[in-house]
Design a protein. Structure first.
Length: 262
């Protein structure tokens, strides 16, 4: 076995033995002034981005990570994936400008039935007394054109574990098809609504054509179709976030996600 294969085998073994993927994945929901648990202020968000940059982290997309895992494409040192769930309007109005100013990438998971055709058809929902404004398709395209990765968060944001296998399969495949038709590019990543996944769901995501799927801290692991993500909430300080992002070991900064258990 040559040196390259030896290193690759060691990385794969390390990932398989860990509950978390070697490349940490962080998840946000909304960046605004709303006072709920899932909303982070613009100031706190900017501080977190600066904290990541100052500690030497480099944001990458799932596509870049998987290109490394499957094809050996190199990653920058200390990579981190930053994701946003649900597809709120502030992904475009607040998150995108902050990331552009710092030349940082992100992954945005959208619920396709919550995306309106244009401004006059923007969807606004009352969620626990908070009015949530969702993205419209021109904004989703603008995110993709700016180099951000777009993933699916389902058609209706229903918990897949509560559905029949046919219903779950439809959520996975229909949302992917809608996004690909509108964006004109392959959609490779799925984020489970409510971060909820069960073993029987993982093969459905794979069979729908996704290359990986993200979960959360409860159901997440190093498995490619149930990836562990670190949640960032209203009370999460920059230091608390950074403490959950250990530097990758020397030579292992471009970690490999474990293949799905069969």
């Amino acid at each position: 076995m040559n040196a390259t294969r030896t290193v690759a085998a060691a990385l794969l073994l390390a990932a398989a033995c860990s509950r978390r993927p070697d490349v940490p994945i962080v998840t946000y929901h909304s960046i605004s002034t709303a006072g709920d648990e899932f909303t982070v202020s613009g100031e706190a968000f900017a501080a977190a981005l600066d904290g990541l940059r100052n500690r030497g982290f480099h944001t990458v997309t799932f596509h870049e990570w998987l290109a490394h895992a499957d094809e050996g494409t190199p990653l920058p040192p200390d990579p981190v994936i930053v994701t946003f769930d649900d597809g709120y309007e502030d992904a475009y109005t607040t998150s995108l400008p902050a990331r552009r100013a710092r030349a940082m990438r992100a992954v945005f998971f959208v619920v396709t039935s919550f995306v309106g055709a244009d401004e006059s058809h923007r969807i606004v929902r009352d969620e626990g007394g908070i009015r949530r404004r969702y993205l419209i398709w021109p904004e989703v395209r603008a995110l993709a054109d700016a180099g951000m990765e777009i993933g699916s968060h389902g058609v209706t944001h229903r918990r897949l574990a509560d559905l029949t296998s046919d219903e779950a399969r439809a959520e996975l495949s229909r949302s992917k098809e809608q996004l690909e038709a509108i964006l004109g590019k392959r959609v490779e990543i799925f984020a489970y609504p409510y971060n909820s996944v069960r073993r029987w769901i993982e093969p459905l995501a794979r069979d729908a054509g996704y290359r990986a799927a993200a979960a959360g801290s409860v159901h997440g692991s190093a498995d490619r179709f149930a990836l562990y993500r670190i949640g960032v909430y209203r009370g999460t300080s920059t230091e608390a976030l950074l403490q959950q992002l250990p530097r990758a070991a020397s030579g292992a900064s471009s970690g490999t996600p474990r293949a799905q258990s069969q």
